[in-house]
Design a protein around this ligand. Structure first.
Ligand SMILES: [Ca+2]
Ligand SMILES: [Ca+2]
Ligand SMILES: [Ca+2]
Ligand SMILES: [Ca+2]
Ligand SMILES: [Cu+2]
Length: 427
């Protein structure tokens, strides 16, 4: 951004901070070109709807842990449009009740300011061309921290290094600045995104989100497997092997409260002794992982999730619900900065069908040989993604569990029985 524009924007931001209102879309600009290529690249039969423009903010805020503690975080939030931070950002189905929420989500006071954890979920379709604008809204709790931010779309082969978000090879976005990243989504898969500025700090602090791309095969006619037709697939698989009925992204992450408190209270950061004691799925520690959305007074807005103390917590659900016979796709990703995590499903076997945003076939080729395997546990390090399908055929109705095999990760800090666990309810 030019110096002149920065100087124009800065007082406006200061004004917004003072008055605390969020109707400032005019302040920030995004690139959002119309789709005029005359070609239908996402396969839905419409030639002019393939460009998708979304905006997120980068800033700071608080996240509520499973034991009720509020941790200072850095994060991304949905921005400048009719979204609350927890809404899926996919350019469709905006929630009109949320119009104008930018600096804070009035319906979700646990998530004030410019941060949400996890970051807004990115859900797109193969063939779409995404223009993702990141606005750095600044740190409201740490205004002395003029850290820039970026978006690193992990695992994605970019057309140019500048869109990769790596501070070494790309520009970082300073406070009051914006940049539009371009992604040509030619491959489906389970990805993740995060800020890559001072990555250990900004990732530990929470700038992490789910990101997945549906395959173009979803546009085709249903594929019948074992007498049951599927119309949604994890990957282009030709024979329906990755077809599913229910899908849930499960983001693995964990927080070190000492590190977060140091950042909040302007202390030197303990990188070398980072120790995560809040293991989470989708930003929540059990039992918050299974709390359901609570309808609000606003019609159409079902964003609230209360934790066990009745406080608002992160709005990303992690409860899995299915009907016996359904195939459940879990898109498991880890953005942990400290540890490997082993996730088990002890009662319902997992079929691993994807890894590293590719179908588990030779060379990741849809026509390759199946390399799928059955297991009860998958192990992920930071930056890894695994797609598993739980086939619930013959599973008796009831409650089943998915959790970390490392038993010390089943806690919310010093509170026993919590952490990285969620439930599968089979009806
Ligand atoms: Ca189209
Ligand atoms: Ca087009
Ligand atoms: Ca909403
Ligand atoms: Ca820093
Ligand atoms: Cu950042």
């Amino acid at each position: 951004m030019s110096c002149k524009r920065f100087l124009t924007v800065l007082p406006l931001i200061a004004l917004l901070l003072l008055v605390g209102v969020g109707s400032s879309q005019a302040v920030y600009r995004q690139q959002c070109p119309p789709d005029t290529d005359g070609v239908d690249t996402d396969g839905d039969g419409i030639v002019d709807n393939d460009n998708i423009c979304v905006q997120i903010g980068g800033g700071d805020g608080y996240a509520v842990m499973g034991d009720g503690r509020h941790l200072y975080t850095f994060g991304f939030s949905a921005f400048g449009g009719p979204y609350t931070p927890d809404d899926v950002v996919n350019g469709t189905a905006p929630d009109p009740a949320d119009a104008g929420n930018m600096w804070s989500d009035a319906t979700n006071p646990g998530l004030v300011l410019g941060a949400n954890f996890p970051a807004p979920t990115m859900h797109f379709k193969q063939g779409q061309k995404v223009f993702l604008t990141l606005h750095n809204v600044g740190m409201l709790i740490r205004p002395d921290l003029f850290d820039p931010h970026t978006v690193h779309y992990h695992g994605f082969p970019n057309v140019a290094a500048i869109f990769d978000g790596l501070p070494d090879s790309a520009v970082s976005i300073n406070m009051g600045s914006s940049m539009t990243y371009f992604y040509n989504l030619v491959e489906p898969g389970t990805y993740m995104y995060h800020c890559h500025v001072e990555a250990t700090e900004h990732m530990q602090m929470g700038m992490l989100g789910n990101f997945y791309v549906d395959p173009i095969q979803d546009n085709g006619s249903p594929i019948t497997v074992n007498g049951k037709p599927y119309s949604k697939f994890a990957y282009n698989d030709i024979n329906g092997a990755t077809g599913y009925d229910v899908m849930m992204p499960l983001q693995i992450h964990s927080f070190d409260p000492v590190f977060h408190t140091e950042d909040e209270t302007v202390q030197p950061l303990s990188f070398s002794t980072m120790r995560d004691v809040y293991p989470m799925f989708n930003g929540r520690g059990y039992p918050d992982t299974v709390n359901e959305l609570t309808p609000t007074a606003n019609p159409g807005d079902i964003d609230l999730i209360l934790n066990k103390e009745g406080n608002f917590a992160q709005g990303m659900p992690a409860l899995i619900k299915a009907t016996a016979g359904d195939r459940v796709l879990l898109r498991v990703t880890s953005l942990s900065t400290t540890e490997h995590f082993t996730v088990i499903s002890p009662s319902i076997p997992m079929k691993v069908v994807g890894n590293g945003a590719q179908i588990m076939r030779t060379n990741g080729d849809p026509t390759g040989t199946d390399l799928f395997y059955m297991t009860n546990s998958i192990r992920l390090g930071g930056g890894e993604a695994t797609d598993v399908i739980l086939d619930t055929t013959g599973v008796a109705p009831g409650t089943y569990f998915v959790y970390s095999r490392n038993l010390e990760q089943l806690s919310n800090n010093q509170e026993d029985f919590g952490g990285m666990m969620t439930e599968i309810i089979i009806q």
